[in-house]
Design a protein around this ligand. Sequence first.
Ligand code: WTA
Length: 634
Amino acid sequence: MSRIKNLEDYSVAYRESVEDPSKFWGNVAEEFTWKKKWDQVLDWNFEDYYCKWFIGGKLNITENCIDRHLETKADQAAIIWQPNDPHEAPITFTYADVHREVCKMANVLKSYGVKKGDRVCLYMQMVPELAFSVLACARIGAIHSVIFAGFSSHALASRIEDANAKMVITADTAYRGAKQIPLKEVVDESLNACPSVETCLVLKRTGEEIYMKEGRDVWLHEALEQVSTENEAEVMDSEDPLFILYTSGSTGKPKGVVHTTGGYMVYTKYTFENVFQYDEGDTYWCTADIGWITGHSYIVYGPLLAGGTTLMFEGIPTWPDAGRFWKIISKFKVNQFYTAPTAIRALMAQGLENVDIHDLSSLKVLGTVGEPINSEAWQWYYEHIGKRKCPIVDTWWQTETGGMMISPIAGVTPTKPTYATLPLPGIQPALLDSEGKEIDGRGVEGNLCIKHPWPSILRTTWGDHERCKFTYFSTYKGYYFTGDGCRRDEDGYYRILGRVDDVINVSGHRLGTAEIENAINLYSAVIESAVVGYPHEIKGQGTYAYVICDPVAIEEYSMEELKKGISSMVVKEIGPIARPDKIQIVRGLPKTRSGKIMRRILRKVAEGDTSNLGDTSTLLDPSIVESIKEGAIS
Ligand code: WTA
């Protein structure tokens, strides 16, 4: 058992993982079911990036998630599903149920011609069929690409196109709090631009009337009736791609981060069990959406690999009231609860009336992920949700890292509010200065890099390995660069300070400012724009857009009309998550003589801190700054 139980275990594991990574991870990997054992644990090069783990190993990850538990846990709950409507009955799927459903779904995919290596896009709300689809793809060796169901048809189309997907799986519409989201309609719009898609499977969730295109669209329930409940898992290589997940960076279109099979499996289970100290019989709940990496690694794969019980929630934290999370915790006696700081802040603002009426005594561990947690939110979570008895694991990681990287191990690592604390075994962080030199010692700050690969590091970006090398391995030669700033304090504890690139983190969602600018610039009245983040009480960061509009449009339309048009364009291109919080129409942007926008100034103005804007003498037209300051939106 590679379970860490105390600080001594942690120190030993950490030391071994650094001294001999191959031996360490080789031992951890022994716990899994392999069809053929690996020949070599690791081969890698960060300078001309490639990385391979468990080379020559053959396996199927779903046999490790499901089949291997059937002997002892066939009747144990694997997935508990809580629907959006509190009056709709939850459904519990045992390991035997999940096995049956995944095999059936896998057979449906095969019957529509999906083969090993094909890409399948999943665009669904948090329903069990989403988890089954993910696993069904993995079962037959198809590469899943889950697209968060809040993305617009344009965003969906560009991701389907980039992956050249053969199939899309969606639902008629989605319940989301009091609203309904027309998923199939969005898919229809995007499929017009995606000739690669041969089949669209449609889950009937709400029964809302929808268009079904003959020869392309298929009702999932009808297809499932035609197939057997057994499916032999495809033999996969450790390094066969498992999934693509698109994520935003500082430039260009979102990248398809590629994770492979063996290393991802080993690392997600290891971190899940250790960080949450998951014990047999516990009920674990992660409130993320499977559309993000957290849902992949810690709703589906990690918990099922560990033979655990994982809860899936279709709804939102504030409907029908702000006590929804706490009600679900008390109803299912949740033991480990994992959520985002933004949700904590939003619920904290609603007061304690919605908290104190629920019995939260089942909780043992609390977790957070996705953005830095502020001290007030940490304290509130610790005191009012965990009742001062549950350790908080503030887990730092990324889509690219596949699993948690720097995090306390619950009950083992002494926590410190706002600190992700210490690196997990196998993770070798380094702080680098702007010259690329490692900053040693304690009480220091720098750009967070990782020196050595871990099993679930991204392998490439889909269709463009050069982009992967450039984005992550060129800033600092020989290091993986995370894009985050970080502090190492006197105790050697790490605190993540936020992104140092042009990525903003809005309610835990990663958005590239360039991506939002591109969307804004598509609006006919817009000449140019610049987007920056600013501190937002609930969302962590808000989106502030400075936009230059065409003088003719300014004559013709009111400011409100222009702003509305800009906003709608962003929603159309990306989705509601990227809608700017503030739009300031400006006559110019602060540019240097070489044409570079001085974002530092824009950030300061957006923060409301205009007292000291630093040196503006290199600006082409310093008077622009005055006019931007005057029109700033507070
Ligand atoms: C940020 C989410 C502070 C960070 C798993 C990172 C965090 C980005 C934390 C990745 C944390 C994630 N404390 N910041 N505990 N966790 N971040 O790819 O900036 O959606 O680079 O992965 O979120 O976001 P992503």
